[in-house]
Design a binder for this molecule. Structure first.
Ligand code: F6R
Length: 608
């Protein structure tokens, strides 16, 4: 996700901003910029690429002033270009803003502002906010920001300056983090704590709906209702490395805990008030969508597992046959693809060579190829006919975690869209499915709130050499993902099987030394899964079951039960995955492995 830093105090603001942004570099970004209040005007410098480019530009032409805002951008709306980089300014150039988050109603605001004569110069949602603030400005920047944010739908952390009020930064947030580092005669606004640690360890935490007026000597916070509020003050003891990980031990753990936000952001704005699924990125009419008679999914690794979950959802809800191929196989097997086929390429990085080759192959065969990716401007976005973004934010741990569950969230929306266009589900059924899907962030929060049992269970299996992961139906890709997580970060051999296949060979592997992890959440094959558990236990297996809260019965069949909240079977993949991620994480940590950078692996695989 993007990084925000704002400074007001006696120092040269550009030095503090560059230093603070450097502390946020680990989060990933594709462009950077600063706006400094100079002599009664605002000067902006922005550069594509690394902070070093911005630093070089500021070395050549320094921006002098002791108040400013800075930003590192991870593109969400519009390509990573200089014009789309932050800060953005209004028509007068006297207001500058930086923003993290997604403004859902930006198209409608953009139209309104353009109709009122505002000249917008970028593709971003952020720029509309600068012009909106301009339209409300009557001499008090805090008041203008407060009025503007009332119009915003979506998530935002904002830092805003006005050349006519040169000693002030206005900060506002909703669903996107923002803090103020409280120094002596200086204050620093930041999206994350590492950016302020060089200057202060006292941090004021802004809450959703807060608007703060930050000057060198004071921070005045007003809540969404307009009442003055004393923000929570933290004294941070973390060193820089711990602060970058938000206090977590590793990026992987941090990213596991970011899943509720990643899913929420990915689902944001996907259901219209009229009950229609919003997927304008498909750029197809409902008639064209309804004419799709087959879906091919191409992907690798974790993304491939998300593809198998999607097969189950699309076939169940939209009644369209779906084939899922590992990308490296798809292109060499002469697939039967024609113009009525929709090819969906799933790739977190958007750079995986085999998946890109699959997209090219599909388009050559006349199909429409559509990408699901987390990285705006990545190669797959340039080579596909359309893109759905997962809004998981940058994933730094090599093992995919939050991007997997965000992919499933995005694919659930696609499955509902296909079902709606084909009339395969009634409006009432779509509404009730959406209600369940939109509760997924809370469901994952509940799993993450109760993990003691997972750690205790992990402690018993740190010496395992081999393991099996079993499931049925939608539990199969969950088991596959669980096995992949365990093998790649702990180096314990892990193999996933459909539970019903065990007796056709793999059951020969069972010994008390081979733990068997079973996805045994409630669903129409639950009884069958229990029978499969009994089969392996009869051969001495020690079983770890992932089961539904309230299922007391399962405890009779398993050494350990990792409970998840009850959901309908169709959407159970996300909650069932989370305990598997944590199990793999804890086993790997107890074995002393580097979970963020497992051996032999790279985050993006750009060679065939
Ligand atoms: C596993 C993992 C890999 C990736 C695979 C595809 O944790 O991260 O299996 O899922 O390399 O990468 P993307 O999704 O970037 O195409």
């Amino acid at each position: 996700m993007c990084g925000i830093v704002g400074y007001v105090g006696p120092r040269q603001a550009s030095d503090v901003l560059l230093g603070g942004l450097a502390r946020l570099e680990y989060r990933g970004y594709d462009s950077a910029g600063v706006a400094i209040i100079g002599d009664a005007s605002i000067d902006v410098e922005r550069k594509v690429g690394k902070l070093a480019n911005l630093r070089a530009a500021l070395d050549d032409a320094p921006l002098v002033g002791s108040v400013g805002i800075g930003h590192t951008r991870w593109a969400t709306h519009g390509a990573p270009t200089e014009a789309n980089a932050h800060p953005h300014t209004d028509c007068t150039g006297r207001i500058a803003i930086v923003h993290n988050g997604i403004i859902e109603n930006y198209s409608e605001l953009r139209e309104e502002l353009a109709a009122n004569g505002h000249a917008l110069r970028s593709d971003t949602d952020t720029e509309t906010v600068a012009h909106l603030i301009e339209s409300y400005y009557t001499g008090d920047i805090t008041d203008a920001v407060r009025r503007a944010v009332r119009r915003l739908e979506g998530s935002y952390a904002l830092a805003v300056v006005h050349a006519d009020e040169p000693g002030t930064i206005v900060a506002a947030r909703k669903d996107s983090p923002l803090v103020v580092g409280a120094g002596t005669d200086e204050n620093i606004v930041a999206s994350d704590i590492p950016a302020v640690l060089e200057y202060t360890r006292d941090v004021l935490v802004l809450e959703d709906g807060d608007v703060a007026t930050v000057t060198a000597g004071d921070v005045v916070v007003v809540d969404a209702g307009g009442a003055a509020r004393e923000p929570e003050r933290l004294h941070v003891e973390w060193d820089l490395a711990a602060a970058e990980k938000g206090g977590y031990e590793d990026f992987m753990l941090k990213e596991i805990y970011e899943q509720p936000t990643a899913i929420r952001e990915t689902l944001r704005g996907r259901m219209g008030a009229d009950g229609t699924v919003q997927l304008s990125e498909l750029d197809m009419t409902d008639a064209e969508v309804a004419a799709i008679d087959r879906v091919f999914i191409v992907a690798c690794g974790t993304s491939y597992h998300a593809g198998i979950v999607a097969k189950s959802l699309i076939e169940r809800w939209a009644r369209i046959p779906v084939e899922v191929d590992v990308s490296s196989e798809f292109r060499y097997r002469d697939p039967i693809v024609d113009p009525a086929t929709l090819v969906v390429a799933i790739t977190q990085s958007g750079e995986t060579a085999d998946t890109l080759a699959g997209v090219r192959e599909a388009r050559e065969l006349g199909a429409r190829a559509f990408a699901i990716t987390n990285v705006v401007g990545s190669r797959v976005t340039r080579e596909s006919d359309g893109v759905i973004y997962t809004h998981a934010g940058p994933e730094i741990g090599v093992a995919a975690t939050k991007t997997f569950t965000a992919q499933i969230a995005a694919l659930s929306v696609l499955a509902l869209k296909l079902a709606q266009a084909r009339g395969a589900l009634s409006p009432e059924r779509i509404a009730s499915l959406w209600e369940e899907i939109s509760l997924l962030p809370e469901v994952v929060e509940a799993v993450l709130a109760d993990t003691d049992g997972i750690e205790a269970c992990a402690a018993e299996y740190t010496g395992a050499v081999s393991s099996l992961f079993l499931g049925r139906g939608i539990g199969v890709p969950v088991a596959m993902e669980g096995a992949l997580k365990l093998k790649e970060i702990s180096y314990i051999h892990a193999e996933a099987y459909p539970a019903g296949e065990m007796k056709h060979g793999p059951i020969a592997l069972i010994t008390p030394e081979v733990p068997v992890v079973v996805v045994a959440t409630q669903g129409h094959t639950y009884e069958k899964v229990v029978s499969n558990i009994q089969e392996v236990r009869a051969r001495g297996a020690r079983v770890i079951a992932v089961a539904t809260h309230g299922d007391e019965e399962i405890a009779r069949h398993a050494e350990h039960v990792l409970y998840v909240p009850r959901t309908s079977e169709a959407i159970s993949a996300i909650p069932a995955t989370v305990p598997m991620q944590l199990l793999a994480y804890h086993i790997a940590k107890m074995r002393g492995c580097n979970v963020d950078q497992p051996r032999n692996l790279a985050k993006s695989v750009t060679v065939e």
